[in-house]
Design a protein around this ligand. Structure first.
Ligand SMILES: CC(C)(COP(=O)(O)OP(=O)(O)OC[C@H]1O[C@@H](n2cnc3c(N)ncnc32)[C@H](O)[C@@H]1OP(=O)(O)O)[C@@H](O)C(=O)NCCC(=O)NCCS
Length: 137
């Protein structure tokens, strides 16, 4: 159970940390409302991923996909619902961007409004650009 009184100095951010599979699914269920059975396949293709830990508890996650060249794509930042609006999401994104620095040219992201403006642009420093999307399903 994630305590709501976790202090910022208790949080540890890690790169490519292999989380216990059951703990990972419990976290996805809590933060997203659903489990993510394909996560191993997804992470096998990742440039990196960032996890946030409060003691033994997993409280945050962000994934960075990569084209093998100069493009990175930030995906699926998630923070445990008990700990949102304390800057953990923005810190996860900063850690993800820092992991990419020196390895390529661009970190892409997409999201709907107001998440794009309020979170990615204002809290995380992304520059808004025109982008395109085709829904395959
Ligand atoms: C999006 C998410 C990762 C943000 O995590 P967080 O730790 O709450 O983020 P921060 O505390 O760093 O937020 C900083 C600012 O970004 C903005 N922001 C955060 N979450 C937002 C949201 N869901 N919608 C719009 N703006 C948001 C706010 O302005 C916030 O400042 P405030 O706390 O003073 O309101 C978290 O809400 C989450 O896990 N959501 C469910 C999964 C999800 O939708 N992920 C994004 C996929 S594209």
């Amino acid at each position: 159970v994630v305590r709501a009184n976790v202090q910022p100095e208790e949080l540890v951010y890690r790169r490519r940390f292999v989380v216990d599979p059951d703990q990972l699914q419990v976290f996805f269920l809590a933060s997203d409302g659903q489990e993510w059975p394909e996560i191993d396949r997804v992470l096998a293709h990742s440039f990196t991923w960032i996890t946030a830990h409060a003691g033994e508890e997993l409280v945050g996650f962000a994934n960075v996909a990569w084209d093998g060249g100069v493009h990175f794509f930030l995906l699926d930042p998630k923070v445990h619902p008990s700990l949102r609006h304390r800057g953990i999401g923005a810190r996860l994104v900063r850690e993800a961007v820092a992991a990419c620095e020196g390895h390529g040219e661009w970190v892409h992201v997409d999201a709907q409004q107001p998440l794009m403006q309020d979170f990615y642009v204002e809290a995380c420093g992304f520059v808004p650009t025109p982008a395109g999307l085709i829904h395959l399903t």
